[in-house]
Design a protein around this ligand. Structure first.
Ligand code: S3P
Length: 431
């Protein structure tokens, strides 16, 4: 269990062109390439623990994979039944998307993961999948991994999800592609839409429309293999956001994050930072499946803010945003964010407990928290095995120093985070 110690930082002006490639898009590239019969070319694939596990599963399912650094060629072959457990590591995205993908594939598949993933709720995918004919079992009535899937024939469906979850939506879309006929998936609010954009780009017949009660996605089952992917994965705005917060809280600082996805379902936290007072500029440069460009963030005095809407568009950034809230003038509140409790850790608890250790007044709600901005003190922090909690509190340490324990998890999403941090601060990595 490693630890990282960080010292107070001086003002900085940094352009970062090595923010980790997007995790959500990388997972999807690996999995969706299996829907084609031709090689997919993926540049800038995320070489982090989570997405390498996904690539490994894709290979165990029969695809040939050629790697040249972060450039990956995936040559799909006929899907085979692996003779071993498929290890999703720490990744809820991998486990849920593979459930949907494999539910309609002939064979027997077992999905498992690390001790954190084995505690996360999977019924949100196994239940709707079972309703359309999937045979999935697991601990706690198919809620907890390991999950055993016996591929079977799937029926088309109309399913109205209570939660806006891209993982559930993507699992159901993947299942619908193998089901017979046309399926309808409804969600109360648009969750991140990489799957729809990428699959449409590959030729799938998928239509999204805004209805009175939320979003509706109409999916036609596959008649033939899809076109392969040819993509350069943009940088991950959720990873870049740690350095956006760093620039926003350190006087006279500025950061330019190069080539990140500007997909509106992913950059809402930057808009909140802007609302709090930071200077934020989006510079769109291209459009490959989705808008891509640079984001510039500059320090300005921050004020407290209420975050109650558009939660699915900033859910992953809330740990880092809570650091900005902790130094802002006045109170900030986060509500309607109960989903935080079932992420890589119970993030409401992780944030509240750790901010209190840093001398900040925080009130915990069932679905969020209230933070009274003050001065962040140096403290010893536990990441609870959660990569985003570990990175958020290292950024907090730029103000007065910090020691964060259990930091190995950072490599699940952002292996070069510490290298970039070293460009602006003194960092000591311990055992
Ligand atoms: C993800 C979707 C989100 C997000 C997660 C990645 C994805 O989860 O929090 O980090 O790649 O689909 P939910 O879909 O459960 O909200």
């Amino acid at each position: 269990m490693s630890s990282v110690e960080i010292k107070r930082v001086k003002p900085f002006d940094l352009t970062i062109d090595s923010i980790a490639p997007d995790k959500s898009i990388s997972h999807r590239c690996a999995i969706f390439s299996l829907l084609s019969d031709k090689p997919s070319f993926i540049k800038n694939y995320l070489l982090a623990k989570d997405t390498l596990n996904t690539l490994n599963i894709v290979s165990k399912l029969g695809a040939d994979i050629k790697r040249d650094g972060s450039n990956i060629t995936i040559i799909p072959k006929e899907l085979i039944e692996p003779d071993d457990v498929l290890d999703c590591g720490n990744s809820g995205t991998a486990m849920r998307l593979f459930c949907g993908f494999l539910a309609g594939v002939d064979g027997f598949f077992v999905l498992s993961g690390d001790k954190y993933l084995r505690k996360r709720p999977m019924k949100r995918v196994t239940k709707p999948l079972s309703m359309i004919g999937a045979k999935i079992d697991g601990r706690d009535d198919a809620n907890l991994a390991p999950l055993a899937i016996r591929g079977s024939k799937l029926k088309n469906f109309t399913y109205k999800s209570k939660i806006a979850s891209a993982q559930v939506k993507s699992a159901m879309i993947l299942a619908a592609l193998r089901a017979k006929g046309v399926s309808l998936y409804k969600e109360p609010f648009l969750s991140r839409d990489h799957s729809e954009r990428m699959l449409k780009g590959m030729g799938a017949n998928i239509k999204t429309s805004l209805k009175e009660d939320g979003y509706e996605i109409k999916i036609n089952s596959l008649k033939e293999p899809l076109k392969p992917l040819n993509i350069r994965v943009p940088s991950d705005p959720s990873s870049g956001f740690f350095f956006a917060v760093a620039a926003a809280i350190i006087p006279k600082s500025r950061v330019c994050l190069k080539n990140v996805t500007l997909n509106p379902t992913r950059v809402e936290a930057y808009r909140v930072l802007q609302k709090m007072g930071a200077k934020v500029e989006f510079i769109q440069k291209e459009n490959i499946y989705e808008p891509i460009g640079d984001i510039v963030v500059e320090y300005n005095e921050l004020n407290g803010v209420k975050v109650e809407k558009n939660i699915p568009w900033l859910i992953d950034e809330l740990p880092a945003l809570s650091i900005a809230m902790a130094v802002a003038k006045g109170k900030s509140t986060v509500k309607n964010a109960k989903e935080l409790r079932v992420k890589e850790s119970d993030r409401i608890k992780s944030i509240v407990k750790n901010l209190k250790k840093c001398g900040i007044n925080v009130v915990e709600f069932e679905d969020g928290y209230e933070i009274d901005g003050g001065s962040l003190k140096e403290a010893e922090i536990n990441s609870f095995g959660d990569h985003r909690v570990a990175m958020s509190f290292l950024i907090a340490g730029l103000i007065n120093g910090m020691k964060v324990y259990d930091t190995d998890c950072i490599s699940t999403s952002f292996p070069n985070f510490i290298d970039i941090l070293k460009k602006i601060s003194e960092v000591k990595v311990g055992d």
